[in-house]
Each structure stands twice: as structure tokens, then as C-alpha cells.
Design a protein around this ligand. Structure first.
Ligand SMILES: Nc1ncnc2c1ncn2[C@@H]1O[C@H](COP(=O)(O)OP(=O)(O)OP(=O)(O)O)[C@@H](O)[C@H]1O
Ligand SMILES: [Mg+2]
Length: 329
């Protein structure tokens, strides 16, 4: 049995299709990621799976249970960590968990033991009696994860678990998520628009854009689509630059304000590139070289960047560099 299975799962809001016929199969115990930019349809997908939003078309099963037919049974078998914080800040950590445990009908005799157990899992047992409003962002997130685990769900949904946290706290939370995934043997479906997060954490990733799944594989296999190295070049004529005849190139993609080359060896390509560009009077303004990342895969598949703060691919180019001065990162 799959932890999650969807068949052409679709959500429409009026005439707008937020999630378009997606097919997913998530294994028991798998750590699965939905990766996509703002508005891609990640929360909407999760909300349908968690029975919080009705399905417009298609089917979804959680632990073999149809979300539309057996919503109560589905709810009992899942835990959710919402995108927006949902703790009561004026209660202590323990009180927040007690409230939730009652809500889920956890027998009184088991409550205290399980609360301590989940607090230990996220290393908050020393803070059990402190008010949540005194917690840091990372601690609040860990408490929400603990709460999601209280009733021994077999599937845990994490909607943007590290959104708004600083990079160091984010990394620490990744370790917690990984540990819980193994220790509690629980399938986890997380949404994120952080590439490194999906890359580091997930066994497999579905890249979602505009409500459609555009790729689904392990991070390693997704990156293998772009072999060798990735070079981003900005020039005064990117259209012409993308059409240069050069050897040793796997793929070329003209982006809004840069050209993305996927190449076997940048040392071999760059002299050719500069020579041919010069002959055609194309002025190269900047070059950056790196190993293919999930960001590159996303750009390659969609023609645009995933990060909201990155308005254009050209901004990925770290500095304006002359040929001899290009840097690797
Ligand atoms: N209740 C609603 N009514 C109308 N449109 C909605 C509703 N909920 C979501 N949408 C639209 O559906 C699309 C997908 O939204 P969703 O919240 O699933 O995106 P997301 O991938 O989770 O984005 P983010 O990374 O910003 O959280 C968006 O265009 C959004 O405006
Ligand atoms: Mg969302």
C-alpha cells in the first residue's frame, strides 16, 4: 500500500485551476517533497490530501483511504504542520500538546507519556513548562512538529517547515526532520521552495509549477538531467549568443536575461564561447559556473527561476566578471 496515491488530482477555484491532474505515489516511510514557487499549488495539494479542501476532480488516497469518502479515518492517520503558525502563544509547550492530545482523543493514561516522548524527539523537554511566546522561531516549529506526531500518525504533512527561519536554524530543523522520519518510520510529505532543503532532505521530489508536476524523481536523478557543469552567461545579445555553434554543449537555454549552457567541461567551452561571441560582436558581460543544482533543473524545465526574491536568472550571476576573472562557486 502507498502512503499517498493520487490519480489526476485536480483543484479548481471557479474557472482557475490551482492543481491540475497530478499523479503521485508516495511509499510508506518515504520523505517526499513538493518543490515549487509561490502559487504553484503546493498548499492546495496538501490541503486536499489532509481533507481540509474538497477535491474538484480525480482521486486521492491516504493510507489506502479515499480522502473524499473517508475523511475522518484519513484525519486520524495523518499529522499536519501548517504553513502558518498555529500554536497558542499564551500557553506553555505542554499545554499546547495537551490540548491537541485531547482533541485527537488520546487516552488520558497515555497522554503524559506521549507528550514527553514527542518533546524529547524535538529536544524541547526542558522547555515543556515555558510559554510558547518565549520560544525562538525554530523552537516553535519544532513544537509544531512534535504536536503533529502526538497521535502516532503514519503520514506527516509539513507545509513549508522552515519558512522564515535563518539558514542555521533551518539546517538544524532538517536534522530533526530526518531523524523523526527514520525513528518514527513515518511517511513525510513536505512542501518547500527552498532548493537546498528539497535536495538535502527528500528521497524524491515532485517539481510543481502552475499546478502541474513537471518532473518527479530523486534529487540526484533530477540533477543528472543536466550533465557536467552549468554556465550562466549574460551578454548584450542573449538571443544571438544562444545560437552560437559551439562544441561540447549538452543543452542551451535562452532565459529572460541570460543564457544557460549545460556543458561537459567549462574549460573547453569558455575560450570557444568568447572567440565566437567576439566574431559576432556579442559582448559578454558576466559568466558564472557551477555544478548543476536543482535550481538549474527548475530553470531548465520552466525557463524561469523558482526564488521569488530572484526576479531573473541573471541575478544568479554573482558578479560582473571578465573572462580571465570568472569564478567557480
Ligand atoms: N481558496 C482559494 N480561492 C481561490 N484561489 C485560491 C485559493 N487557495 C489558493 N488559491 C490559488 O491557488 C494557487 C495555488 O495556491 P497555493 O496556496 O496552493 O500555492 P503554494 O504553492 O502553496 O504557494 P506558496 O509557496 O506561496 O505557499 C494560487 O494561485 C492561489 O492564489
Ligand atoms: Mg503554500
Amino acid at each position: 500500500m502507498f502512503a499517498i496515491e493520487t490519480q489526476k488530482l485536480t483543484k479548481r477555484f471557479g474557472s482557475f485551476t490551482a492543481v491540475n491532474q497530478i499523479d503521485l505515489k508516495v511509499q510508506e516511510g518515504e520523505l517526499f517533497g513538493l518543490l515549487g514557487p509561490n502559487g504553484a499549488g503546493k498548499t492546495t495539494t496538501l490541503s486536499m490530501l489532509a481533507t481540509m479542501l474538497s477535491v474538484s476532480k480525480g482521486k486521492a488516497f491516504v493510507n489506502g483511504l479515499d480522502v473524499s469518502q473517508e475523511p475522518d479515518a484519513v484525519r486520524k492517520s495523518i499529522g499536519i504542520v501548517f504553513q502558518d503558525p498555529s500554536l497558542d502563544f499564551d500557553l506553555t509547550a505542554k499545554e499546547n500538546l495537551e490540548f491537541h492530545a485531547k482533541l485527537y482523543g488520546l487516552p488520558a493514561s497515555l497522554r503524559s507519556k506521549r507528550i514527553l516522548e514527542v518533546l524529547k524527539l524535538v529536544e524541547l523537554e526542558d522547555r515543556a513548562k515555558d510559554l510558547v511566546k518565549t520560544f525562538s522561531g525554530g523552537m516553535k516549529r519544532r513544537l509544531e512538529i512534535a504536536r503533529g506526531l502526538l497521535h502516532h500518525p503514519t503520514v506527516l504533512f509539513l507545509d513549508e517547515p522552515t519558512l522564515g527561519l535563518d539558514p542555521q536554524t533551518r539546517r538544524r530543523l532538517w536534522k530533526h526532520i530526518q531523524k523523526l522520519n527514520k525513528k518514527e518510520n513515518i511517511a513525510m510529505i513536505l512542501t518547500t521552495h527552498y532548493m537546498e532543503e528539497a535536495d538535502f532532505l527528500c528521497d524524491r521530489i515532485a517539481i510543481i509549477d502552475g499546478g502541474n508536476i513537471i518532473a518527479l524523481d530523486s534529487p540526484t536523478n533530477l540533477k543528472k538531467q543536466l550533465k557536467g557543469e552549468t554556465i550562466l552567461v549574460q551578454s548584450n545579445n542573449n538571443t544571438q549568443l544562444a545560437q552560437l555553434k559551439l562544441s561540447g554543449i549538452f543543452t542551451v537555454k535562452a532565459l529572460k536575461d541570460a543564457v544557460q549552457f549545460s556543458v561537459k567541461d567549462s574549460n573547453h567551452l569558455l575560450p570557444q564561447l568568447f572567440q565566437s561571441a567576439s566574431k559576432q560582436n556579442i559582448q559578454i558581460e558576466s559568466v558564472s559556473i557551477h555544478q548543476p543544482s536543482l535550481e538549474d533543473v527548475f530553470v531548465h524545465l520552466t525557463g524561469h527561476s523558482i526564488r521569488e526574491e530572484v526576479a531573473s536568472a541573471g541575478e544568479q550571476v554573482k558578479a560582473k566578471m571578465k573572462y580571465q576573472g570568472y569564478v567557480r562557486r
